[in-house]
Design a protein. Structure first.
Length: 486
């Protein structure tokens, strides 16, 4: 790396450019790979509802852009796309911003309401009120009507009226658009656009009356569109651009916030504990090469490396959680403890983390011990180590002052390359112990074809891999003076 400031900036600029190009190419690869996997959102909808019509499938794929070529879909995901502004979504309860149209006995025991957004699009909903007595005439909930052929749209309201055995009289009320003849056939005006609420009354020949409402959508208004930002806008701080999880029904950013914290709470103690165990033992075995302690510790290290995580996790779960009942079997917090004091919550979280941290630490400690031993064995026969001994320095000073610093050079590099593990999590360990971290999230996303979550997690892992490589280069030059002027 050049020693002057301009040279360093140039090298860093080139490295960041390379990182950007690699991430862009990887995003294309991951997006195409996800598209080729079976189970896009429309396919999952067909599986859950076999009676869905073919024309509905075509309309949904067109609405979500799934009928476009892969590169168009990729640009929609990466940059964004315009879509017509939709009418408000309704739930099973009365929204706070709802305007009640009518209710009680005159509406058949139902409360009818309308919700209107800032662009004037309206949605009609109804909820049942048991305390209201039901009249002889009532109106059932009417689904929102979507008109594919506006000039020929009609709707027979008699199908939604209870107690309609005798002759009924229908009438539009409150200035609702369209035409409704007295027999109950509604016609939408040809020039109407958007989604509007239609209110009507129905009356039998003896004077019993009820009210009802429904919404009708013709073509979405062309001047009422919103721009859905693509993933590239995450770089500008727009976390909502990461997308929406179809599995968890939440924005991807909300999922990542909690999962990253849980993963760090598991991985940082595991790596630190493994280093505290492995580095001293690696130095010890290197100083006593070919001794019984060297053979024994290396044998244990190979066992730790070779143990299948899923089997070892279940084993210690059976011993310490099932038989001895010292620690919880899984999860991150006992239900109900979140209402206790902070100290009780921390103790409970600690008890849940002991077993998965131990499983990961044993696996990592075996690797770090072998790395440290090999590095020390490479340094100890060096000429400057023999010179230090010839000067009469104590063995501890020779080992810890002269040999250890140079032996740590590859260890520091490998430690920097372990940064992606901190954020990527451990899939098997998190799955076995039901730990809600990034690894478990990635596994569930792939299993449930949750595209947005899977791609974002993969790209985050790739980003930290490249950051780890960049940091490893910097640490290598900082630790090893020979590399500073090379």
């Amino acid at each position: 790396m050049p020693t002057n400031g301009v040279g360093r900036v140039k090298v860093l600029g080139i490295r960041f450019l390379q990182m950007g190009l690699i991430l862009a190419a990887l995003s294309v690869f991951l997006f195409v790979l996800m598209l080729k996997m079976p189970g896009n959102p429309v396919d999952l909808l067909i599986t859950s509802n076999p009676r869905i019509k073919a024309e509905d499938v075509i309309r949904l794929k067109k609405l979500k852009g799934l009928d476009q070529p892969w590169y168009v879909q990729y640009l929609r995901w990466m940059w964004g796309y315009y879509e017509p502004l939709k009418a408000p979504m309704l739930g099973s309860t009365l929204p706070q911003n709802a305007h009640v149209l009518f209710g009680g006995q005159l509406s058949g025991g139902r409360v009818w309401y309308v919700v209107k957004n800032e662009s004037g699009l309206e949605s009609v909903g109804t909820i049942w009120k048991k305390q209201h007595p039901v009249s002889k005439v009532g109106v059932l909930p009417i689904p929102s009507q979507v008109m594919d052929v506006p000039k020929h749209f009609t709707l027979d309201l008699n199908r939604f009226v209870m107690g309609g055995d005798e002759k009924l009289h229908f009438e539009l009320i409150h200035g609702s658009p369209g035409m409704l003849d007295s027999s109950g056939v509604y016609t939408w005006p040809e020039r109407g656009r958007g989604q509007k609420a239609i209110q009507f009354s129905v009356r039998n020949k003896i004077g019993d009356q009820a009210f009802g409402a429904f919404s009708v959508e013709r073509d979405p208004m062309p001047n009422l569109k919103i721009f859905n930002r693509g993933f590239i806008f995450v770089l500008l701080g727009d976390t909502q651009a990461m997308g929406f999880s179809n599995t968890y029904k939440r924005p991807v950013w909300e999922l990542l916030k909690g999962r990253v914290a849980n993963t760090l709470a598991l991985m940082i103690p595991a790596i630190l504990l493994s280093l505290l165990i492995a580095l001293p033992l690696g130095i010890y075995t290197a100083r006593r090469q070919y001794s019984w302690s060297d053979y024994g510790l290396n044998f244990l290290a190979f066992i730790g490396i070779s143990l299948p995580v899923f089997w070892f996790g279940i084993l210690i779960m059976y011993i310490f959680a099932e038989r001895l009942q010292w620690f919880p079997a899984g999860g991150i917090l006992t239900p109900g403890v979140e209402k206790d004091e902070l100290w009780n919550q921390l103790v409970n979280r600690f008890s849940h983390a002991v077993l998965p941290v131990c499983v990961l630490s044993i696996a990592y400690a075996g690797r770090w011990l072998r790395y440290m031993r090999a590095s020390m064995l490479e340094i100890l026969p060096s000429d400057y180590i023999r010179t230090a001994r010839a000067k009469g320095l104590s063995e501890n000073k020779v080992i810890f002052k002269h040999a250890l610093r140079n032996a740590l050079i590859p260890i520091v590099t490998l430690l920097a390359l372990s940064i992606p593990v901190l954020f990527g999590g451990a899939v098997l360990t998190e799955t076995v112990f039901s730990w809600p971290g990034m690894g478990r999230l990635q596994y569930d996303a792939i299993l449930n074809s949750d595209y947005y979550v899977a791609i974002v997690v993969f790209l985050i892992s790739a980003f930290w891999v490249m950051v780890g490589n960049l940091l490893a280069d910097g640490l290598y030059r900082w630790v090893d003076p020979r590399m500073r002027n090379s």
